[in-house]
Design a protein around this ligand. Structure first.
Ligand SMILES: C[S@@+](CC[C@H](N)C(=O)[O-])C[C@H]1O[C@@H](n2cnc3c(N)ncnc32)[C@H](O)[C@@H]1O
Length: 194
């Protein structure tokens, strides 16, 4: 009997050692999945504002932020346009920062944040998708964009959809970082360049 209890304790210790890195320390529902495909860099606030303006969101529209960072895009979309927001990030730290930002700005009634790999998502409910991702990520997302409902808008920050025809592209200088930012707007169904 003493042997069995000893074995049980050892087994539990082994489980704890193996599972500990997978469980977040703050007791929430997030865990380490894998390295993000791009590091976090927040879009400057004046650029966020322009991205949303280009997408012309209406009250009640659903905005998906793929790789939401700190959810600044969704917070502004909720505050300024009354949009609902769905934020997704693979990094537990970013999910936590996004949830805090949503709470701090009191838009929990409109914005929800999830930990997810964006390449697994069904985007058919989205009306607006602002993205700030790398070119290869944009390319990999194309099959998901192609399943979006007609009339939805995608706005790319700096890296466009390459072989897709943009409705319009603008370049602005941000007051925040004095750098130029190119924004491209697309409406679904996407049109391939000839
Ligand atoms: C450049 S930041 C953009 C943040 C935010 N959208 C913005 O514009 O302020 C990219 C974000 O994508 C997240 N990310 C990278 N790969 C991802 C993946 N496969 N699934 C979900 N999120 C991912 C990163 O953790 C990071 O927060």
């Amino acid at each position: 009997m003493r042997f069995k209890i000893g074995m049980l304790i050892k087994l539990l210790a082994l489980f704890a050692a193996v599972l500990a890195p997978c469980v977040s320390l703050n007791g929430d529902d997030t865990k380490w999945i894998r390295n993000p495909d791009v590091v976090y860099v927040g879009t400057a606030y004046d650029v966020v504002s322009k991205m949303l303006h280009m997408a012309q969101p209406k009250k009640g529209d659903v905005v998906y932020d793929l790789g939401c960072g700190d959810a600044r895009i969704l917070v502004l979309a909720a505050q300024k346009y009354g949009c609902r927001g769905m934020g997704y990030d693979i990094d537990p730290e970013r999910v936590g920062a996004s949830r805090e930002n949503v709470k701090r700005n009191k838009v929990e009634n409109l914005v929800q944040i999830f930990q997810a790999d964006i390449f697994t998502l069904d985007l058919s409910e989205a009306d607006v998708i602002p993205i700030y991702l790398l070119p290869e990520m944009n390319r990999k997302l194309l099959p998901q964009f192609e399943k979006m409902k007609p009339g939805s808008r995608i706005v790319c920050h700096n890296y466009d959809l390459e072989e897709i025809v943009a409705d319009k592209s603008v370049t602005i200088i941000s007051n925040e970082d004095n750098a130029s930012h190119t924004l491209s707007l697309y409406t679904t169904p996407l049109k391939l360049k000839k």
